[in-house]
Design a protein around this ligand. Structure first.
Ligand SMILES: Cc1cc2nc3c(=O)[nH]c(=O)nc-3n(C[C@H](O)[C@H](O)[C@H](O)COP(=O)(O)O)c2cc1C
Length: 200
């Protein structure tokens, strides 16, 4: 990969891309090309990285059957986690996860998994920064993305990692689906930034 040669396919400026990015949960059947995925990974590894450790590694899953199996295995695990959290007072609805036809990956045909080698306490931060770079680049390239936090637990099961070629010492941090959006997605609102103090 030639990191200096990241193309600017659409050419949004950074702030435009930040405002245009939104979570996409409906994808067309078109698969992002190999070249597009490589560009996303190049953008990911340009993220800041504590002590220059670059702890990340990536898995690309584009096999429909594998995605279906992962979704089916992830759902009962996630439902159990949510039950446990709700029992502790958090109120999250998760009924839709129990539906047979519910796909954790929202019909996307490309799952990118950002994994971390546990080099320092900062590797999780590094990987999430890489994730945001990747999603902003995807937006700039006309691709939609969605973080699938609900699949983290299943992807960290030893057997699942082995099946996906993830060495035992790596942890799965950020599963992200990407694809061609099927429709326009309305932006979700945000609260004003809460500034706790501003000392001058
Ligand atoms: C850590 C994390 C985990 C998430 N997990 C899921 C998930 O499992 N499934 C899903 O559909 N969206 C997931 N999302 C997407 C959020 O629901 C979404 O970012 C939020 O609703 C705000 O919408 P926006 O990204 O369009 O601004 C996740 C986002 C983050 C940051």
């Amino acid at each position: 990969m030639h990191l200096q040669t990241i193309e600017k396919p659409h050419g949004k400026n950074v702030f435009e891309a930040i405002l245009a990015r939104r979570t996409v949960r409906a994808f067309s059947p078109d698969k992002p090309s190999r070249h597009a995925i490589q560009t996303l990974l190049e953008a990911a590894v340009r993220a800041p990285t504590a002590m220059q450790e670059e702890p990340w590694a990536f898995v690309v899953v584009q096999n429909k059957q594998t995605l279906k199996q992962l979704s089916d295995r992830a759902k009962p695990i996630f439902i159990e986690e949510m039950r446990h959290r709700n029992a502790q007072g958090v109120r999250h609805s998760f009924e839709h996860f129990a539906r047979n036809d519910f796909d954790m990956f929202h019909g996307a045909n490309t799952l990118l998994i950002i994994c971390a080698k546990p080099l320092s306490p900062f590797v999780v931060a590094d990987c999430w920064l890489a994730a945001e770079n990747l999603m902003l680049a995807a937006c700039d390239m006309g691709l939609g993305s969605c973080v699938i936090g609900s699949a983290v637990s299943v992807l960290n099961i030893h057997m699942v990692k082995t099946e996906l070629g993830i060495p035992a010492e790596y942890s799965v941090i950020a599963p992200i689906v990407v694809g061609v959006p099927l429709e326009e997605t309305v932006a979700t609102p945000r609260k004003e930034p809460l500034v706790l103090s501003w000392k001058q």
